[in-house]
Design a protein around this ligand. Structure first.
Ligand code: 5GP
Length: 186
């Protein structure tokens, strides 16, 4: 019974866009709002895009066992709050997590029933272009993210499902097929 869907893959691969599209056809899917210590980007809102915490608060919440998973990614911390997940599941709704690879691995250990989808870029060059094109990060951050991506891509075969995001409509359809089959089986 899959009620938790993990969408993972390198930064810039298009996880956010795919999830937005998926939720248009599956409005019952809830998105878990993660916590992070990274700075707020323009247009982002506390509680909607992320729970923006400072380092001390993040550490305190780790110590209190508030995270289902957490990881350090490119020098910042990110984590899924247990209360977010439990609230949605408690209301009977399936949940989507958009997380990086280390967090996805932790979820695989603690929630083996969760369905994991790794989104693969068509090429490393395309990933670079997307990160540069979206204009949310400076050159140093982009370089760091690309470096992390190389390692992340090496672990793609550890995931149940892999979809290559080379053509959006096709990729959305693939993701939707995976999710629909799981939801109708529950
Ligand atoms: P960004 O800073 O671009 O919003 O996110 C950087 C990376 O952290 C992305 O790969 C994103 O999917 C991942 N991320 C976002 N929230 C979480 C979380 O709660 N846990 C983990 N492990 N990764 C997350």
């Amino acid at each position: 019974m899959a009620r938790v869907f993990v969408i993972t893959g390198p930064s810039g691969v298009g996880k956010g866009t795919l999830i937005r599209r998926l939720r248009e056809s599956h409005p019952e899917l809830r998105l878990s709002v993660s916590a992070t210590t990274r700075p707020v980007r323009e247009g982002e809102e506390h509680g909607r895009d992320y729970w923006f915490l400072d380092e001390d608060e993040f550490t305190r919440r780790i110590d209190e066992g508030d995270f289902v998973e957490h990881a350090e990614y490119a020098g910042r911390r990110y984590g899924t709050l247990r209360e977010e997940l439990d609230r949605h599941l408690g209301e009977g709704a399936p949940v989507v997590l958009e997380i990086e690879v280390q967090g996805a691995r932790q979820i695989r250990e603690t929630m083996p029933e969760a369905v994991q989808v790794f989104v693969v870029p068509p090429s490393f060059e395309v990933l670079r272009q997307r990160l540069e094109g979206r204009g949310t990060d400076g050159a140093d951050t982009i370089a760091r993210r690309l470096e992390v991506s190389r390692t992340e891509l090496e672990s793609q075969h550890q995931f149940d499902h892999r979809i290559i995001n080379d053509e959006l409509e096709k990729t959305v359809a693939e993701l939707e097929a995976i999710v629909s089959s799981q939801l109708s089986a529950t």
